[in-house]
Design a protein around this ligand. Structure first.
Ligand SMILES: *[C@@H]1O[C@H](CO)[C@@H](O)[C@H](O)[C@H]1NC(C)=O
Ligand SMILES: *[C@@H]1O[C@H](CO)[C@@H](O)[C@H](O)[C@H]1NC(C)=O
Ligand SMILES: *[C@@H]1O[C@H](CO)[C@@H](O)[C@H](O)[C@H]1NC(C)=O
Ligand SMILES: *[C@@H]1O[C@H](CO)[C@@H](O)[C@H](O)[C@H]1NC(C)=O
Ligand SMILES: *[C@@H]1O[C@H](CO)[C@@H](O)[C@H](O)[C@H]1NC(C)=O
Ligand SMILES: *[C@@H]1O[C@H](CO)[C@@H](O)[C@H](O)[C@H]1NC(C)=O
Ligand SMILES: *[C@@H]1O[C@H](CO)[C@@H](O)[C@H](O)[C@H]1NC(C)=O
Ligand SMILES: *[C@@H]1O[C@H](CO)[C@@H](O)[C@H](O)[C@H]1NC(C)=O
Ligand SMILES: *[C@@H]1O[C@H](CO)[C@@H](O)[C@H](O)[C@H]1NC(C)=O
Ligand SMILES: *[C@@H]1O[C@H](CO)[C@@H](O)[C@H](O)[C@H]1NC(C)=O
Ligand SMILES: *[C@@H]1O[C@H](CO)[C@@H](O)[C@H](O)[C@H]1NC(C)=O
Ligand SMILES: [Cu+2]
Length: 491
């Protein structure tokens, strides 16, 4: 405890977070207002032309599903801050000095579309450059800090306890915090703001996009776009070579990796033990004792996890027309949403059968299957982003979401607005974004967010004529998803 406080003082003196550093000094933190004055301006939020300071209004008070305990993520972010910058026009960021996704230039008037490419189509030099950006992110301190303990230990806001973290590890921590179980367990399940519900695709879309933006800043390359790895139908992990993300080594069954990311520290590996002690992962400065990332592709003893998802499984996901459905009575369990049959989200996330194309509950398919296939750091949900393959995997998951959004040309009203689990409703703020964003903000075609994929057209179909024909035929011949007891599935 003492150490944390001392560290904090030093940090505040040198500069002044999940929150921006500038809002974490004692007085500002206690006021619950995070409305910084951007450099070169005299007014908060760059007012009046860039933005103004405003109350944060929680759009929807999500059901707590009977949870009790620590609620700092509930009604996010108002436990910590209840006022923040409301940016105008194309301005964005904690002090409105950034541009909204897809805009650039001093006044954010230049519209840009960045193209996310298949990593296997990039030159060796381009791959090398991407890897250098990741290393730079791992070695650069973020403008944001993360809490070292629960808010309830911060003397009702009088004693901010935050620490610095690298730009890369900030994202690992961000993911961990969305999953971390600080609320008393209910029937064996724990709240998860990022998975097992309608918000899974949009939570990860926001996450990947914020990460992409952070890499653009760190590399001073505004044009940079993250690559994807299209794992569907791959016989093996094609990017597990030293040119890409490294081979696995079996030395003493540690399954560490070779190449650029050998010895890449994996923070928060001990989160389960910490959770049991009611503590947050706060040991974010990697040391020699921090475990390294590990993976052993195809090494799990379960045969279904020794292979990657088939192309047919992706075609099946694309054939499911409903985004997500209210849980039916089909298989009541705690989080009924992972048992929602015939839901695109559930199929994509991997809690429904896509290999045999029934759409019925099944835990290890598509997105989940890829995580588990690696049998290592990326297979443990909370700190999975410690392995950079996480990025390539999730950009591909986002690409499948994009194909689906374009194919069905959906509007925001397809996204459940009141019935979803904690943090997963259409207008719930995505935990722990700050400034806040909603799922609805990301449930739109990617050109609205300033990016595109290299291989798909406006209908989400492959540009390659052979792939296109194959996909159209395959999706058309998929059987329509049906709930076994004959109940009709309503949105
Ligand atoms: C925000 O929090 C402060 C400090 O607790 C409180 O005084 C103020 O009333 C709150 N404002 C809103 C809009 O909730
Ligand atoms: C940006 O906007 C300001 C204020 O409207 C204007 O003075 C300035 O010339 C603009 N800069 C550019 C590069 O457009
Ligand atoms: C707008 O952005 C494009 C692509 O990033 C760049 O090539 C161009 O120079 C920019 N234009 C202005 C006026 O900043
Ligand atoms: C998959 O990769 C592993 C390790 O890279 C290798 O040992 C194995 O032979 C490969 N399997 C196939 C089917 O290519
Ligand atoms: C592998 O694991 C063993 C025992 O757990 C440990 O002593 C050794 O340092 C590890 N090696 C590497 C390279 O991590
Ligand atoms: C678990 O966490 C507690 C509290 O931080 C610590 O005292 C203990 O050493 C940890 N145990 C292990 C096995 O890491
Ligand atoms: C799951 O479904 C069952 C049966 O419909 C219902 O009783 C239960 O409340 C649901 N649980 C949640 C968390 O929605
Ligand atoms: C698909 O069906 C076959 C035959 O019924 C079964 O053996 C297999 O486990 C199923 N696989 C999946 C992924 O559902
Ligand atoms: C790796 O596979 C082994 C063998 O199936 C399994 O016991 C272990 O839990 C897996 N580890 C991870 C992290 O997936
Ligand atoms: C999508 O729907 C909008 C109206 O909601 C319509 O203007 C547009 O043409 C449609 N696009 C496609 C590709 O069907
Ligand atoms: C990738 O490269 C191959 C040739 O190397 C080309 O046929 C294919 O169209 C490229 N794909 C994309 C998405 O650019
Ligand atoms: Cu995740």
């Amino acid at each position: 405890m003492m150490l944390t406080v001392l560290t904090l003082i030093v940090l505040i003196n040198t500069n002044m977070a999940i929150f921006p550093k500038v809002c974490l000094s004692g007085e500002i933190f206690a006021s619950k207002e995070c409305c910084p004055v951007p450099e070169g301006y005299v007014d908060k939020c760059g007012g009046p032309e860039r933005g103004y300071c405003n109350d944060i209004v929680v759009n929807i008070v999500d059901s707590t599903d009977g949870f009790t305990g620590d609620f700092e993520r509930f009604q996010w972010p108002t436990t910590f801050f209840n006022r923040s910058c409301q940016c105008l026009g194309n301005f964005d960021g904690p002090d409105c000095s950034d541009c909204k996704f897809g805009w650039s230039g001093k006044n954010c008037t230049n519209q840009t579309t960045r193209i996310r490419r298949n990593i296997l189509n990039m030159t060796v030099e381009e791959v090398e450059q991407f890897k250098l950006y990741l290393i730079k992110a791992k070695n650069t301190i973020s403008d944001y800090m993360i809490p070292t303990t629960l808010y309830r230990n911060m003397d009702d806001g009088q004693q901010p306890m935050f620490t610095e973290i690298s730009v890369y590890d900030f994202f690992t921590w961000f993911h961990y915090y969305s999953v971390w179980d600080n609320i008393v367990k209910h029937s064996g399940a724990s709240p998860d703001f990022a998975h097992s519900g309608p918000g899974f695709p949009t939570w990860h879309r926001s996450f990947i996009q914020l990460w992409e933006m952070a890499l653009q800043k760190v590399s001073n390359n505004e044009e940079f776009a993250l690559p994807y790895w299209d794992w569907a139908g791959e016989p093996n992990c094609t990017i597990c070579t030293d040119t890409y993300f490294g081979k696995s080594t079996d030395s003493l069954h540690n399954f560490t990796v070779t190449g650029t990311f050998a010895n890449w520290p994996a923070i928060c590996h001990d989160f389960e033990n910490l959770t049991q002690h009611g503590e947050l992962c706060s040991n974010t400065r990697p040391s020699l004792n921090t475990p390294r990332i590990q993976r052993n592709p195809g090494g799990n003893e379960s045969p279904e996890l020794q292979v990657l998802p088939s192309k047919e499984a992706v075609y099946y996901a694309l054939s499911v027309t409903d985004y997500d459905v209210i849980p039916t009575n089909y298989a009541p369990v705690y989080n009924n949403w992972t048992h929602s049959p015939c839901s695109f989200r559930n199929v994509l996330e991997g809690y429904a059968d896509s290999e045999n194309q029934t759409g019925l509950p099944r835990v290890h398919q598509l997105h989940n299957q890829v995580h588990l296939y690696f049998n290592g750091t990326i297979s443990v949900i909370a700190n999975a982003p410690s392995d950079p393959i996480f990025i390539l995997h999730h950009v591909n998951v986002d690409r499948i979401l994009e194909k689906w959004l374009r194919r069905y040309n959906v509007t925001a009203d397809q996204f459940p607005d009141t019935s979803a689990p904690l943090g997963h409703n259409r207008y719930s703020y995505i935990v722990p974004t700050f400034p806040v964003r909603t799922h609805s903000d990301f449930f739109k075609k990617s050109h609205n967010l300033g990016y595109d994929y290299d291989d798909i057209d406006e209908f989400g179909l492959p540009l390659d004529p052979i792939e296109r024909e194959k996909e159209i035929m395959a999706v058309n011949k998929m059987k329509k998803c049906r709930v076994p007891n004959g109940d009709s599935v309503k949105k």
